[in-house]
Write a protein that binds this ligand. Structure first.
Ligand code: FAQ
Length: 337
């Protein structure tokens, strides 16, 4: 991750890009990404491409960090030592993902402080899914199974995103998300196979509450996606919101059967002609309400992040003072030599 801003070995194409004027550079850039080429931090890129990436990567980073909160709520109440250890490891992984992603976004020239200020002021978005509450232990397994499952579905194509630092970060993130998804599934399977009737009902209730918000995670329908078409042209998004949502539904149906839970959609049925599962209408008014700051936990989540930032002020001040002392000491040693 510390190598994000490094130049790769110079390529003829890269050097040529740097040598030409703006309009021509833009045309060459478009051709480069259309042909599946990578873009590195020091390569020339159009401002709009840079802004799109800062928006998407920082939103993604914020989602990882805010996403720690609903699960953090259950660390002290995990039912066994093993489950508690797994949950702690998972939450730490999410913090790590946030850090890789902030580092990747910083290579585009926006500082981490600026990105966090945008989150804290409510100007930057984070995934709608983290504005829902975790009411029972079954919610934690369901987040692993469905939320991480949706995250993987969305993120695997991002390992081929044209912006190379983001793509590299995604490779590791996807490996870890895969473990997260499996631990969630395993936790639910234990409750469904070895649990009491009450525990099985708890799982079903959690699935009922998380299913639709998980389908919303992929973003608005393609026809209403503001950035989708341009991001596809630039090779940022390789698969559209609706295609990813369909792949997710198709994958979950069989997994739900293995678990023995019912997905809460009476319109879910196999469509032989399409070779996919049909599913019911999504309540997009709920999605936009949550994205607009009026979900069940938006205020609580943002307040928790702002508090963490304020509480950490002394650590940042101490680290800065320490770095300044070290730099002064190094300068003195240099003078004396
Ligand atoms: N929530 O034009 P599009 C995770 C906004 S990580 C909130 O289609 P785009 C790990 C969108 O920003 C989960 N806002 O946008 C974990 C735009 O508004 P803007 C996060 C949303 O960017 C697991 C507007 O709607 N993953 O779960 C959402 O082309 C468990 C129009 O939308 C990523 O961020 C939403 N769900 O496509 C952690 C993946 N959807 O910005 C802890 C990377 C859309 O103009 C525990 N991101 N909007 O104001 C992406 O792939 C894309 O950004 C999409 C949206 C697909 C999310």
């Amino acid at each position: 991750m510390y190598t994000q801003a490094m130049d790769l070995a110079p390529q003829d194409e890269r050097l040529a890009l740097q040598a030409t004027g703006d309009a021509e550079r833009e045309a060459r850039f478009e051709a480069h990404v259309a042909a599946g080429g990578w873009v590195e931090p020091k390569d020339w890129m159009p401002d709009h491409y840079r802004r799109t990436l800062v928006r998407q990567i920082s939103q993604h980073a914020h989602s990882e960090i805010v996403g720690m909160l609903p699960e953090g709520n259950w660390v002290t109440r995990a039912p066994t030592l093993e489950r508690k250890t797994i949950l702690l490891a998972k939450i730490q992984d999410e913090a790590g993902h946030g850090l890789y992603l902030y580092a990747a976004a910083e290579t585009l020239g926006t500082s981490r402080d600026e990105m966090l200020a945008a989150l804290h002021s409510g100007q930057a978005k984070y995934s709608s899914i983290f504005n829902y509450p975790t009411l029972t232990w079954a919610d934690i397994g369901t987040i692993g199974w469905l939320v991480d499952g949706a995250a993987i579905m969305n993120q695997v194509p991002l390992t081929r995103c044209s912006y190379a630092p983001y793509a590299r970060a995604m490779v590791r993130v996807c490996r870890e998300e895969s473990f997260h998804q499996r631990q969630g599934f395993s936790s639910l399977l234990t409750m469904m196979k070895d649990g009491t009737g009450e525990q099985r009902a708890m799982v079903q209730d959690a699935v009922d509450r998380w299913w639709w918000p998980c389908l919303m995670m992929f973003g608005p329908p393609d026809g209403q996606s503001v950035h989708g078409a341009q991001s596809a042209r630039w090779g940022i998004k390789r698969v559209s919101n609706d295609e990813l949502r369909q792949k997710f539904v198709d994958a979950c149906v069989q997994q739900a059967e293995v678990l023995g839970v019912t997905l809460p959609d009476p319109d879910l049925k196999w469509n032989d002609a399409r070779g996919h599962w049909d599913f019911g209408a999504i309540d997009w008014s709920e999605f936009w309400r949550v994205v607009g700051g009026h979900g069940p936990c938006n205020r609580e989540r943002l307040a928790a992040r702002v508090k963490a930032w304020d509480d950490g002020a002394w650590v940042r001040e101490a680290a800065l003072a320490h770095a300044q002392k070290q730099a002064a000491r190094a300068a003195k040693t240099l003078e004396a030599a």
